[in-house]
Design a protein around this ligand. Sequence first.
Ligand code: T4K
Length: 377
Amino acid sequence: MENKKIMVTRSSMPDFEEYVEMIKSLWETHWLTNMGNYHKQLEAKLTEYLGVPYLSLMVNGHMALELAIQAMGFPEGGEVITTPFTFISTTHAIIRNKLVPVFCDIKVSDYTIDEECIEGLITEKTVAILPVHVYGHICSVKKIQQIADKYNIKVIYDAAHAFGESVDGVGVGNYGDASIFSFHATKIYNTIEGGAVAFREESLYKKLYNLKNFGIRSEVLVSDIGANAKMNEFSAAMGLCNLRYVEQNVIARKALVEYYIQKLSGLPGIRLCLYNDEEITYSYGYFPVLFQADIFDQSVRDKVYERLREHNIYSRRYFYPITADAACFKNKYKEIPLENARNVSDRILVLPLYPELEYETVDKIVCLIQKSLEEIK
Ligand code: T4K
C-alpha cells in the first residue's frame, strides 16, 4: 500500500464492455457531436434525474457558467456579488463576460456565501448574485432569493459540487434563475468532461442551444456571438453509463465520510463537515477538514499536506488561495474584508474521497494526521 498513490479523487467509470457496447453505434452512424442521439437522451435523463424544469447539456461546467451568465444579457460593467472561496472558474466566468466580481465573505459554518453581507454590497450597478454550493453545502437559497427579489437582480448558482442534491426534496437546480453543474472527471458524476445549465424559464433553452453552437440559427443566420460548448457523443455515452451507478456511489461515499468523521472527531482543533442538515440530501463530493485558528497556527495545514504527500497521499488545498487573491486579478477589484474566506482558505485541506477508497487507507490518513499534529504541538 505504501507505494500506491492515493489521489484526492478517482474518476468513476463503468465496465469497459458496458461503455464499448454503448459507443459501438457511433461507428455505424458516424454522428459524433452537434446534439446527437446520446446528447438528446442524456439531456432528457438528467432533466428528470435532477428534477428540474429545463436543462441544457454543455461541454464542461465552466462553459455552462459562462453561457448561463451570457444568456442573461447583463450590460457590460455590471457587478456580480460572488464568493471568493471557490474554484477559479466561478470568478473567471464573471470576468470573461465583461462583468465585475464583487467578493462577499463566507460563513465559517459551511463555507458558503454569507447572505447577511450581500445586501451591503448591492449598488445601482449590481446585476446578479453568483453563490456556490461549495463542497455540496447548499447556500441559504431562500434568503438569497428574497434579496434578489427585493432588488430585482438575478441569481445564478454554481452548483458544480451539488449534483443530485436536494433541499426538502426539491432538486437544488430549481433555485435561482439558473444553476450550473459540472460533470468533470473529478466529480461524483462524470461525462469525462461535461456540464449543464438547469433553469426555470423555457425561453432560455433556445438561447443556450444557440450560444453553445456559435449562435447559429440556420445555415445562413448567426444571431448571437456564441461559443462552441456542445457535449460530444462519447461524453454523453459515458454519462448515460455512469448515471446507472451514481446512487450506489453516493452510498459508498456517505459511508466513507461517516467513517472519517468517526475517526477524526476526537481530535482537538479539527473542524469537520458533518453534512448533517436534515433538510438536505447530500452527494458527498468532498471531505474537507479545517485546522482551527484557536489551536493551530497557519502553517499546520501545509505541514499535514506535506506529511501525507511523503506517504503518497495527495490531499488538496481546495480552495487556496481565494480567487480574489489570484495572481491574474489581485487588487483589480473592490477591496472588501474577506476575513473568513482567507482564514478558511489558509487552513482547509480536502482529504481523499471516492467510492473505492479503502477503509484501511482512511485509517492510515487519520493516523498520519494525528502524528503530524502531535509533532507540531
Ligand atoms: N465551479 C466550481 C465550484 C468547480 O469546482 C469547478 C471545477 C467548476 C466550476 C468548473 O467545472 P469544469 O469546467 O471543470 O467542469 C479539478 C477539476 O479539473 C475541476 O473540474 C474542479 N472544479 C476542481 C475543483 O478540481 P484540479 O486542477 O484539481 O484537477 P487535477 O487534474 O489535479 O485532478 C485532481 C485529482 O483527480 C487527480 O489527482 C486524480 C483525479 N483525476 C483527475 C483527472 C483529470 C482522475 O481520477 N481522473 C482524471 O481524469 O481541478
